[in-house]
Design a protein around this ligand. Structure first.
Ligand SMILES: [Zn+2]
Ligand SMILES: [Zn+2]
Length: 367
């Protein structure tokens, strides 16, 4: 079978939309027709060489689709199921899977853009093997993925909503609601008002946060997240964000979420905490980035600095909770989607993201 897909051949080059030859799903795998794919910044890190993966690779890790064919031994999904695709598939038997953190699966990391058996399912016109980002590579009409990546959804939730739950909603809302120190009524700062930041703000609202202070350099993005529950806005291109957050919170916040993705904002998140406060790093900085912290403040104020990946818990479990929130109208996903593109316009979609347009862009590969 053929599939048209957006492939990264070289860093700093535009993605090429090409026809690939696609193998049938092997044991434990399924073929999915992609319904929608989100334009997330993590793919851009890979395009720029500040995030690493094997190439050539079909990008796209935020997606949803419909199962078209199942391989041998698949019982968790069937043909016709509409699924959220997880960008971390867990093996179920490595030490992190066994200890209850499937979102950190070590086998998934080792195999990367290959399937679990170490091989690929895609070949380009030159006969070269093509990898799939996070085993799913959803910037494609179709994709062969591990069945364990698929979370089947009952009901008629739109595909673009399911796609966003595959990354930015789960990463943002999950970082808040699954945080072991979280409690209702806290004061919360969010550094970064992009796709994930919007959902940290929504998570904070779900926890009845007393204050949700959004910080960004872009006023348009700040105005956008106000709709999702930010109570105060700090434009860091105009004022010192640390001083502003401290003033708005009466001396410091209980929680600061770093979603911007830089060492400097990590340090700022630690600085704005009140004693016993918790800084949670959610954003992926360029891999070479480092942070410089005032160490004694951690000790004298018993501050906590921690990371959160893919919502801090089992992605499938967080999907289930988020779908409940969505169906009860407690979170807004549709309102986050501000732009739609066909697969051929994937490079324009990234230009718009980098230009700072607020809200999420979505690719419709079979549109
Ligand atoms: Zn993402
Ligand atoms: Zn594992």
């Amino acid at each position: 079978m053929k599939s048209k897909a957006a492939v990264l051949y070289e860093i700093h080059e535009p993605l090429r939309v090409v026809n690939l030859e696609m193998d049938d799903p092997k044991e434990g795998e399924v073929r999915v027709r992609i319904g929608a794919a989100g334009i997330c910044l993590s793919d851009h890190h890979i395009m720029e060489g500040t995030g690493s993966t094997l190439r050539p690779v079909v990008l796209g890790h935020e997606g949803a689709g419909t199962v078209e064919e199942v391989g041998l031994g698949v019982s968790s999904v069937k043909v016709g199921d509409r699924c959220i695709l997880s960008f971390v598939t867990n093996c179920g038997h490595c030490s992190t899977c066994r200890s209850g953190s499937p979102q950190l699966c070590l086998t998934n990391r080792l195999t990367g853009g290959r399937q679990f058996d170490g091989t690929t399912r895609l070949t380009d016109g030159e006969g070269q093997s093509v990898f799939q980002l996070s085993k799913i590579g959803v910037f494609s009409e179709r994709s062969v993925v591990p069945a364990r990546a698929c979370y089947p959804v009952v009901g008629d939730v739109p595909m673009d909503v399911l796609a966003l739950i595959g990354c930015c909603v789960t990463t943002g809302v999950g970082a808040v609601i699954n945080n072991p120190f979280m409690r209702p009524g806290a004061t919360i700062a969010v550094f970064g008002a992009g796709g994930v930041g919007t959902n940290v703000v929504q998570g904070a609202r779900l926890m009845n946060a007393a204050k949700v202070i959004a910080v960004d350099l872009n006023q348009e993005k700040l105005d956008f997240v106000k709709r999702f529950g930010a109570t105060d806005l700090v434009n860091a291109s105009e004022v010192d964000p640390v001083a502003a957050v401290k003033e708005l919170s009466g001396g410091g916040v209980d929680f600061a979420f770093e979603v911007f993705g830089s060492g400097q904002t990590v340090a700022q998140c630690v600085e704005v905490l009140r004693p016993n406060g918790v800084a949670v790093v959610v954003g992926l900085a360029p891999e070479a980035d480092r942070s410089s912290l005032e160490v004694t403040t951690l000790v004298r104020n018993q501050k906590i600095l921690m990371g959160s990946y893919y919502g801090s818990a089992s992605p499938h479990e967080t999907f289930a909770r988020i779908l409940d929130f969505y169906q009860r109208g407690l979170i807004d996903v549709q309102g986050q989607i501000t732009r739609r593109y066909p697969l051929e316009q994937v490079n324009e979609a990234y230009d718009d993201l980098i230009a700072g347009k607020p809200g999420r862009g979505v690719l419709i590969p079979n549109g």
